[in-house]
Design a protein around this ligand. Sequence first.
Ligand code: NDP
Ligand code: ZN
Length: 352
Amino acid sequence: MKAFAMKKIGETAWIEKERPLCGPMDAILKPIALAPCTSDIHTVFEGAIGERTDMILGHEGVGEIVEVGELVKDFKVGDKCIVPAITPDWNSLEAQDGFSMHSNGMLAGWKFSNFKDGVFGEFFHVNDADGNLAHLPEGMDLTAAAMLSDMVPTGFHGAELADIQFGDNVLVVGIGPVGLMAVAGAQLRGAANIYAVGTRPNCIEIAKEFGANNIISYRDGKIDEQIMKLTNNKGVDKVIIAGGTVDTFIEAVKAVKPGGIIANVNYLGEGEYVKIPREDWGAGMGHKQIRGGLMPGGRKRMERLADLVMTGRIHPEKLVTHTFEGIEHLSDALDLMHKKPKDLIKPVVFVK
Ligand code: NDP
Ligand code: ZN
């Protein structure tokens, strides 16, 4: 089969590869709609997860089942499915402990384009089909469905990790597609004020639509200094980090109140260490919690998120600014993600 792959760090190419094999609990799908991710850019161009050779890229997509293993109960050939970016081993001890995303090793629930080939091929493999696939609801917009793979669950995981409560004042650093869904998640969970950090005009517009009532530009000075001005020197209850660099933690720790939570879903592609400012962290005694996590993945979570789309409570289709027709355009879509033109939020490739 034909697939779009990472040849090595810094280089992508179309390659020929064997069609994946289906185990007894697995499924093989052909893609219907695919999306590249900022994480693909960290993986290929920053070498963030190390060297990978001829590894098929991509972890966001909607597909149709072409083969199922004999032990799969709820899915059959021809079913259209939303494929979560994270596909854990649900019988692992880590999943039983509540950390499915780390099933059988740190980050090992993130299999596509990390521990195995991704979804950017004519066919792709999904482990534990009953536990990981979700039926595509009748009538769901395909662009919204593609955003359900990763953008919605990751942004929402930021809101979960930050433990947003009614009336919280929340800072969301970064309003690319992940941060925008974090804004939507914070809004759904009842935040009072949402301060959103970013500069791209269309992202700002959607951040406001999704619930942000204050926009901050990181180009106008330190984020924490701007937050202190806006909150009468009190700081915010919660910070969700969905953009920036390793140094963003410095601003986040300064911006959050004692007792507050900093929740990171940003993929730190570069830098050796994360710095915590000692004094602003209460010399180690400030009860400023720092959390960071990969989203959990799995079918049940996906079905719940899909329900939010079907009932009109969230509108992830608004993230999609560019569409392509034909699998051959995956390279153009990835190129767009790499160059990040001002008007881009997220591209989707429909596979004919
Ligand atoms: P984008 O690049 O589209 O958005 C990044 C955002 O951060 C933009 O709003 C950008 O502002 C802003 N930003 C850039 N520099 C700074 C800075 N110095 N200080 C504050 N804000 C800044 O990324 P995505 O939304 O696609 O993804 C966000 C991150 O989430 C990525 O690292 C991605 O890899 C990661 N990710 C993590 C997953 C997980 O499971 N944990 C899954 C999927 C993605 P501007 O408006 O100027 O562009
Ligand atoms: Zn992704």
